[in-house]
Design a protein around this ligand. Sequence first.
Ligand code: NOJ
Length: 543
Amino acid sequence: MTEHAVEWWRHAVVYQIYPRSFQDSNGDGIGDLDGIIQRLDYLNDGTPDSLGVDAIWLSPTFPSPMADFGYDVSDYCDVHPDFGTLETMDRLIAECHRRGMKLLLDWVPNHTSDQHPWFLESRASRNNPKRDWYFWRDARPDGSMPNNWRSVFGGPAWTQAEETGQYYLHSFLREQPDLNWRNPEVERAMHDTLRFWLDRGVDGFRIDVMGMIVKHPDLADNPPNPDWKPGDRERSRYRSVNNRNYPDVYDAVKRIRSVFDEYDDRMAVGEVFGSSDEIAAFYGDDDEPGLHLAFNFQLINEMESEATHWEAQALQRIVQNAEAAMPRDAQPCYAVGNHDRSRFISRHNGDGRGLERARAAVVMQMGLRNTPFVYYGEEIGMEDVDIPEEQLKDPARIRTTGRDPERTPMQWDASPGRGFTESEPWLPFGKLERNVADQVDDPDSLLSLYRRAIHFRKTTPALLDGGHREIAAPSDVFAWVRWAQGAPAVAVAVNIARDPREVAFPGGGTICLATDRALEGMAVDRNIVVPPLGAIMVQQPAR
Ligand code: NOJ
């Protein structure tokens, strides 16, 4: 065992809740914290009948004008009235802890709301003491924007404010002005917002767009992207080298880490983008640690097949690169879904077989060396919902529909309000048959497979602490073994093909988890046929 083996987040499965969509407790059609408290037993009641997750991450719960549904924070130290009060949050923290679960909030350090008192002051006049808390620049002499940076949500990253005629920087919506992290007062104030919650017992944070908080000191133009062609996304026209993963960001991350280290057992997981090496750099090093975990989005972003986004060679390459780049003792964290991305099934459904791939994906997720994150509703196979234009709420149309399709309310049962609400839900529901009540007692449901996979992982030392080694397999099978000293090894095979594939497990063993439950418990001599689009785990005899 390494010295870090007992840190809770290494063994945890984390469940992401989008608070507006999990459970409405007061009949306004919007989910809230009391609703989450009511549903905690579903997540973990201490028995294998519940999902068995160890921690919850809540998308932002702070006061916000909701221009970007909470990612535009107007007060970092309170709770939005739609969700509850500080007292409700304290109760949620206590209720999680009573069940042995951890609670992570979502910290948004790159930008505030344009209604945050800091920004209201900052914009008031050129000599306001908070002027330098944000980025204010004049237009260039030719009247053009201060630089060529683009907003991630489209259009220029600058908006002119009428008070002074100067432009302010916003990497996202104009309602989300970027904070100037090179100003020590900003850094101090933001560190204090972390302490506010860590003092209240929150176990850590997911950190929004971690890699953007420190920019080029002169806000220099980004160089053109030589690969860009007309028709490509406008925001990839330039290479974001001066506003994303700028080298100085890593020191700021280490200073953020030191705030977490003032407390016991806390964890920071960053939303980061880039190559495997760039992701790895966010973990820092032994002398100066950075984030505990950094998301790797390559399983979502780097599948070449447009139709199914599911290829053995790509999965293998991504995991190989991540493993090779990780600093000593660091643990990967592969994102397979969240509130910004199409639902897993919808992303992998080009041939209508996304649900089968979702079953294989949970076996993969629980079998890889990583801290698995499950986005609410993935465990019951929720899909993107086709929402009529007039009901769309997301102002950021990164995709033409925005991100509402993957944010629809959790489906607890088949009643008109799906067990989510007694009134009109804030977004429409999805397919009726994808609901908890219909799956909970069906041993072959996706939900039951999630429960089995999570519980098997929790009780299997090789999956919790073991190393990762690839094993030979046909080219459309992704296969590896997890091994730990003194414990039985576990081999995993994910068949990407629509036909069966034979895989050799030298040494044999017993099938301990499979997308097809009928295979579980079967002894394997050496070769095993993995069903089309299926996945299995084989526990090998202890050596
Ligand atoms: C990433 C978040 O996940 C997304 O929902 C948000 O819109 C942007 N960051 C801006 O905060």
